[in-house]
Design a protein around this ligand. Sequence first.
Ligand SMILES: Nc1ncnc2c1ncn2[C@@H]1O[C@H](COP(=O)(O)OP(=O)(O)OP(=O)(O)O)[C@@H](O)[C@H]1O
Ligand SMILES: [Mg+2]
Length: 345
Amino acid sequence: MDNDTNPLLSIRNLKTYFEMDEGTAQAVDGISFDVYSGQVVGVVGESGCGKSVTIKSVLQIVQKPGRIVGGEIIWRVQQADGQEKLIDLAQLDAQGKKMRSIRGSEIALIPQEPMAAFSPVHTVGSQIIEAIRLHTAVSKKEAKRIAIERLHEVGMPSPEQRMDAYSWELSGGLRQRAMIAMALSCNPRLLIADEPTTAIDVTTQAQVLNLLRKLQQEHNMSIIFITHDLGVIAQVADYVVVMYLGRIVESGPVDDIFHNPQHPYTMALLESIPTVHSASKEFLPTIEGSIPHPFNRPAGCPFYPRCRSFIPGTCDTQTPSLQPVNEKQSVNCFLHHQTAVEKQN
Ligand SMILES: Nc1ncnc2c1ncn2[C@@H]1O[C@H](COP(=O)(O)OP(=O)(O)OP(=O)(O)O)[C@@H](O)[C@H]1O
Ligand SMILES: [Mg+2]
């Protein structure tokens, strides 16, 4: 990681809501975190906690009726003259020229739906070439050379031949590599990988994680890595953001999150990681209770109905906020912070 003091990306109090006839889903509800140059930030949490909506907000590709209703997404841009400029992505027109030029070239995405990344009617090669030419003024021949180089770099066997393949002809692991090659085709400063290894087997998963880490170091890229699996986070991330029902419950460096977790939800997630000592997956502890529907968010701390450290009269009536608990970690929990009432007294 660079010793840069300014973050490349700074998300501040981001709120993205889906307003529907049945009610408003507060999918992302006031989250803040930074991504520094060369850093891998892991975002973890159970299904529906708002991981994908967070990164779709950064890229301004949230599906309607979802929309950013508050907060800032500050992106540090390097201009041609070497000067740096701060742009609030949340204020840009989603279809405007500026956002389109940032999306795909400065910030690239490996989407959660693998089949969504490639069109089934065009070859993998032609799509990577098109992505390169969309953002860089190079000839078709030069774009083809770069595309083959990228496929080679991600370990695609016989890259020249694979240029002519359709995505559905590739195995899961090879399609994943092609997606990474496409995402890296324009040398992004930030790569966002949304559950990039969920659909592939464990061995291929380990290879893809190693590959991402290697490419990240070679290109000094930043990565936001999204997963519901803390085991994967341990292998790739420098810094971890734990989400629950649209909020951040804990954040901190990966070692501290694993060895000194502060939030009961983080602790429960850690206990649910399969270990070599577990006799069988069936005996693993799972977190009790189910996630409330976003329309029915409980009053107070959203995690209290499932929390084993629940403080009656406090956690169900007042809402905690994310605050530093030591030099490195922040936590959103009344076990660590005073309530508003306690502060008054
Ligand atoms: N297209 C949509 N229409 C309505 N609500 C949506 C839509 N997409 C997301 N949401 C709401 O936003 C919440 C967060 O969704 P999101 O896709 O970010 O979850 P996630 O953390 O990425 O989950 P997963 O691990 O399953 O991918 C959902 O629980 C849902 O309430
Ligand atoms: Mg998702």
